[in-house]
Design a protein around this ligand. Sequence first.
Ligand SMILES: Cc1cc2nc3c(=O)[nH]c(=O)nc-3n(C[C@H](O)[C@H](O)[C@H](O)COP(=O)(O)OP(=O)(O)OC[C@H]3O[C@@H](n4cnc5c(N)ncnc54)[C@H](O)[C@@H]3O)c2cc1C
Ligand code: FES
Length: 387
Amino acid sequence: MSKPIKEVLIGTMVNGPEVMNELAMAKLSGEDIENQRSEVRRKLREYHPPFLTLDVLEKEQLDPLAMRIRLCPVDGSVPVFEAGQYINVFVELDGIRTSRPYSIATAPHQRAYFDIIVARKAGGFVSDYLIDALKVGDTLTSTGPMGVFRYQPVHHKRHQVMLAGGSGITPMQSMILDCLAQGCDRELTLFYGARKLEYATNHEMFKQLDERYGNFHYIPVLSDEEQEGYEKGFISKELIKKYVTDVSDATFFVCGPEVMNHFCMLELEALGIRKAMIRRELFQSRADIENEPAWPQEISPDDTFTITCGKKSFSARATESVLAALEREGIKVPVGCRSGECSYCRMKLVSGKVFTAQGSLLRHADEVFGYIHTCKAYPISDIEVAL
Ligand SMILES: Cc1cc2nc3c(=O)[nH]c(=O)nc-3n(C[C@H](O)[C@H](O)[C@H](O)COP(=O)(O)OP(=O)(O)OC[C@H]3O[C@@H](n4cnc5c(N)ncnc54)[C@H](O)[C@@H]3O)c2cc1C
Ligand code: FES
């Protein structure tokens, strides 16, 4: 007889086997598990808390742009997570409640605390605050760990090739530390694109890991300076071919700003890599959204439109995401990745038109029934949206 769907789902989760064991024990001891749903929910919350309250334990400037922030939940229990996942940090600034996702940079076996690394974005709303104003001893709230940018041994090849740009190094760092600490036999190649060597976050650490572990290869790629012994330019197909002899026997992980992601995806396509062998995480939409290839030419970045949501109507620029505009008006929208992947921010587009930025993974059914990912949608006419 096939297993009930609930058991199958729990079985696939991190700590699923542990939960299943406890359920089996409860059954054996004659307890009616159907009456224990709240206990099951409590256990799931313990392993996968939806929200965290975090103490800021430490801050360290790693390079001119990047700040490492060490966090620990106030009750001391670091949640279970998989290398490559992120938390979404909530902040209230200038009266606006908003959030930003940050990948966890430490490995899951590190149980005393975890680190995020925040790169300064010129004029950035939240990164400036986290780097300059947040103090050791403050508390932050965030979601629990989330995201699917992770290595899956059943589906992925043994050679893991990582293409990182800027702060896109953080999920790769967690995966590398995890794999090396566990003594996994998979091959790891990290191409790390940075403008200059001084901006390559944790360069010394990766260099030392490369020297110590035979299965880890570190290739910094500098776009704006020549440095003896290092590659100059971008992470191109030629460079990938130079270091990865059999590209058909590798799974590729791409993470960085939208422009770099897009460039690398084209290079991988040119190498004939199947989409199924590429995992990608988009760190943010480009700031100059009006320069995306599909942007409607008749819309100027300065055009403003009216957004209506419930009883509120307000104006927003064409280059402001619907999510950012709603948050500016104090409207709470459930939010996770802010990059078009998790669907938490989906809303019904009741009327009007939006431009959908690259990287939005809108389900076909959502598209057919007129839903949008507000984090990736930009108003290009007056619009009405409903939660
Ligand atoms: C899965 C994931 C993991 C990430 N991990 C990291 C990481 O490890 N390290 C790291 O440095 N970065 C990471 N990022 C990027 C990070 O979330 C932020 O985008 C980055 O720090 C810049 O934020 P900012 O507020 O400083 O910049 P801003 O440019 O101010 O904001 C960036 C985004 O927020 C929107 N926005 C702008 N103003 C407002 C506003 N007033 N209200 C609401 N929204 C607004 C913009 O539309 C833009 O899309 C990650 C992103 C994702 C999606
Ligand atoms: S917040 Fe994840 S799709 Fe918008």
